[in-house]
Design a protein around this ligand. Structure first.
Ligand code: PMP
Length: 284
């Protein structure tokens, strides 16, 4: 495959980064993953905006503008066949051999992008829908989960808890028992035809799929939507549970901690939500 590194496109084998890069030594960087189908990206502007916000939060200087990113990503897509691609963007603080914790002021960011093959676009079809089985756990990550840091070990360890049990995701609750998010997804529940998801905070990633879906539900449906704290009991008693992420779009959960969600099948509001998402996802 063809990748981008620090201003140049090259074969993946030729892309070399120093082990002194702070992305490697400290996890000191920001990343994004943007889905692209037949050359069209989903939520591109929002993903770039979140990337820029993360870089600003970490005071990483990167001079690429939204337009620069757009051109970079378009080139990357074309050079990799323009099929179903996940576009990975990564900016680390850069290379510094002194290994000081404080941000070095005299280094330049390492900018890397590559693509990987992803499944075809998710479909709004009950028969074909993936059925997710999840577990619950206490959220043991840090208190800056709104920053899309490359330091993903907290998320990786939670995901592994689920994977080790043959489950698809681990959904997390804070010390007070309120829902935060999944290890790589945002979480929604449905109760009595109301769609509910936790409000943005420093304990969850502001998911692009979450935001696009909320906007679509409010603009293009009469479904009632609430952003408010969700207790563990509400998740366990929900009529529907969904996971959202760029690759999954809206995914139905059929089992939580070994117990079926309602009748154990994707629900009717899930179908409507994924239909809306399929219809409007290229519009913003
Ligand atoms: N939460 C976490 C922790 C994630 O890693 C992801 C995937 N980026 C999400 C939520 C979903 O975000 P998005 O819809 O932007 O892919």
């Amino acid at each position: 495959s063809v990748v981008y590194l620090n201003g140049q496109f090259m074969p993946a084998e030729d892309a070399k980064i120093s082990p002194m890069d702070r992305g490697f030594l400290f996890g000191d960087g920001i990343y994004e993953v943007i889905p692209s189908y037949a050359g069209l990206c989903v939520g591109f502007a929002a993903h770039i905006q979140r990337l820029q916000q993360g870089l600003a939060a970490l005071e990483i200087r990167c001079t690429l503008t939204a337009q620069d990113w757009k051109e970079l990503v378009q080139q990357l897509i074309q050079q990799n066949g323009a099929g179903n691609l996940g576009i990975y963007l990564h900016v680390s603080r850069g290379t510094d051999s002194k290994r000081a914790h404080a941000y070095p002021q005299d280094i330049s960011a390492t900018i890397f992008a590559y693509c990987f093959d992803i499944a075809a676009e998710p479909e709004a079809d009950i028969d074909k829908a993936p059925r997710y089985k999840v577990m619950t756990s206490t959220d043991l990550r840090w208190q800056r989960c709104h920053i899309k840091s490359t330091a993903l070990l907290g998320n990786v360890m939670h995901h592994q808890q689920a994977a080790a049990l043959g489950l698809n995701e681990c959904i997390l609750f804070d010390q007070q028992g309120f829902l935060t998010e999944g290890s790589s997804t945002n979480v929604f529940i449905v109760k009595n035809d109301v769609v509910i998801t936790p409000p943005l905070s420093s304990q969850i990633l502001p998911g692009i799929t979450r935001q696009l879906l909320l906007n679509m539900l409010r603009q293009h449906s009469t479904i009632q939507v609430e952003e408010r704290p969700v207790s563990k009991n509400e998740v366990l008693c929900a009529d529907e549970v969904w996971l959202t992420s760029s690759s999954k779009e809206v995914a139905a959960v059929i089992e939580v901690d070994g117990k079926a969600v309602a009748n154990g099948e994707p629900g009717t509001l899930w179908l409507q939500a994924q239909q809306l998402f399929s219809l409007y996802k290229y519009e913003e």
